[in-house]
Design a protein around this ligand. Sequence first.
Ligand code: SF4
Length: 292
Amino acid sequence: MVRTRLFLHPTFDCSFDKVCRDDCYLLKDKSREEKKFRLPDEYWINIVHLAGKHGFQELSLPINPLRGVTGVTDPLHWLRILAPIAKEYNMLVNITTTLDVAKKITASDTVDIIALSIDDFRTGKDWKRYATKLSAETERLRNLGIETNCNLSYNPGTEIQFLFNSERKKELMKIFDYTTPLWPKPLKEADILTLASGRLIQKGDRNGSTYDDLIGKTDGFLEDYCMSFARGESSCDAGWGTLSIDAFGRLAICPYSAHNQDVSTPDKFQDYLENILPKNKIIESCALIDVE
Ligand code: SF4
C-alpha cells in the first residue's frame, strides 16, 4: 500500500553547498541569485493544506543547514510552520537533515521520521568520534518516539568504509533503525565503479558481500526504492503517489525528476491536483536510475 507523499523544498539555500556532493539534486545548476529566491510562507502553508485535503499522507522535508541568503537563518523555520498543518490532516512528517540540525529537533516539532545523510567524507576523519555523537543523538530522538534512519550515499568509498567493514556496518545497524544505501541519480552519470556496481545489481548478479545490504535483504537495511524499481521488484509511485515542489514553486513527479510544472500559486497546485494528477500514468522506466 503506497503512502502518498509530498516533498517540499522551500529553499535552495544550504551551507553544505559545495561541501556536500556537487551533484546535489536540489542545488545542481542553481545560480547564486537563484539560491536567494524565497516564496512567501503563506504559499507553503496553503500547499500543505491542499495536500492534506487531497489525501496526502506524508509531508517530506529536506532540511538544509542554512547560510541565511533568503533571510531565513533557522533551518527549522519551514518545519515549524508546516508540521502543525500536516498534523491537522494526520500526515506523517518525515525529514532528511544533518546531525547538527537534528540536535535542534524537540518533541513539539512532531517529527515522525528523521533520516541523517552519511557519506564517505561527511563523517570527517574520526569515525569513532562521529559515531559516538550520532549514537547519542539517535538515542535522544528515539526517546522522543522518532524513527531514525541513515541515508548512506552509495559510492565505492562508502561501500568500503561502511559495508565491507563489518564492525562499522554493525555500528550503523545499532545507531539507526534502518540504513538505506542511496544511489546517485542520474546513475548513468556516476563514476565508473558506481555505475558498474549498479549494473551488476540490476542484472541480478551478486556484486560481492554487500549485495544483500544493497537490495535491502539484510536486517536493518532498506533498498533505495528507485533501484528496487529498476530491478523490477516494485513499481514507482512518482506522479501519483509522490509529488515534489521546489523553492520556485515548480512541481516534479519525484524529488529527483525535473521540476518544470508551474504550481507557484495555490490555485495552480489545486488545478494540478484536480485536473492533471488523476491522469498521470504509472511510469514504466526511469532514465535517472537506468544504467544503459
Ligand atoms: S521517477 Fe525515477 S528517480 Fe523518481 S522515484 Fe521513480 S525511479 Fe526514482
